[in-house]
Write a protein that binds this ligand. Sequence first.
Ligand code: ACO
Length: 441
Amino acid sequence: MSIENTSSAAPKASSRTATLTVDGKTVTFPVYDAVEGASVMDISKLYAETGHFTYDPGFMSTASCESKITYIDGDAGILRYRGYDIDKLADNCDFREVAHLLLYGDLPSPVQKKAFDRRITMHTMIHEQMHFLYRGFPRASHPMAVMAGAAASLAAFYHDSLDVNDPNQREIAAFRLVAKMPTLAAMAYKYSVGQPFIYPQNEMGFAENFLHMMFSTPCEKYTVNPVLARAMEKILILHADHEQNASTSTVRLAGSSGANPFACMSAGIASLWGPAHGGANEAVINMLREIGDVSKIPEFIAKVKDKTSGVKLMGFGHRVYKNYDPRATVLRQTCQEVLAELGQINEPLLKIAVELEKIALSDEYFVSRKLYPNVDFYSGIIYRAMGIPSKMFTVLFAVARTVGWVAQWKEMMEDPKSKIGRPRQLFTGDAPRAFVPLSKR
Ligand code: ACO
């Protein structure tokens, strides 16, 4: 296949085209330029013109959609929502401002923010009937199992926002999902420890309300520590979207059939649950516990570098970032602030983490492979210091990512080019063979 410069009248096509010769036939495809990042070759007519499919397991070279929401440059360590650098958003915005940005494309004005905050907080409560749903789960259930069930169950309660072709219903569903996910998450935790569910407090900030629903009890007044609330807002902002990752692609694929948004979020939660996606921060905590002491770090690093050991430095490396994960830069600082506030600055796990990071960033093994700390390296330590159990770590990821999933789902539904997702395959099974009746087998 070759790409060359030609002029094209197609509105989105660049001046270049891609030419492919297969079985003696040459076909030309338009090339579309991205605002930033890799351009794409539009091969949607490939099968019709050549009778061939492309083969790309894991979508290593496939852009599955056009999107205006999030941009990542993994080599440069850049993550932007709608054009804004992630660190600026994390340092200067609250979560609902960023939710507005992701859903509507712009940061809200003060008037818009007030209206948006109100629209979200109007939907924070859960139908009382949902309490019975929760009570049907064993107390020891993994909270992600509860979340996947609870998110899908919302469809049973909100018939008035299931018409995916109605923009107003799509918008109400978006508000409901963003607003209710923290309530559902805190309920999953409360249920697991046998405490009563705590109702949302709409005058509180997004993270403050979540921490309140997690840690307050009806028997005494509970004030959320503002340093922890701010840290949680940052963590939620940092995890709010990450373009076409596994769970987001799952949400888009589920939604491409016209499935309702609550069902699509449940599909996203299921995908996020996998250890290769949302579960790494829990693994970081386990690893730091296993190391146990700063003096054991050299021994552990030697094990990581020994390929026969199968041991990895958890919280390091990323499929896309071949540089410092910009989210880890923010969290490193936040981690120090939270531990200082809680008087845990000498917390042994943090000491081990800091020392590990120092060694790994200067060790030839990690440097030559461009292995840098990722977002999970510090988030688990922060959660642990806040008293959040490790089973809830991925649930928090789901709470944050819901707005990204919803924004991506809305974008797909509003895109007239969207089609049902239907990948094809390279069939390598049996060739036709004669049927043998049961009595003759
Ligand atoms: N520790 C030690 N070596 C590593 C690590 C690590 N954490 N990550 C990658 N490597 C090595 C690989 O063994 C490989 O070495 P080689 O070239 O000698 O064979 C090389 O670095 C390249 O690694 P790949 O596996 O090809 O990188 P890939 O992009 O496929 O994997 C991944 C990325 C899965 C994140 C990997 O780095 C990893 O397992 N990290 C630890 C788990 C983790 O922190 N996951 C969270 C990711 S962030 C998120 O999901 C929100």
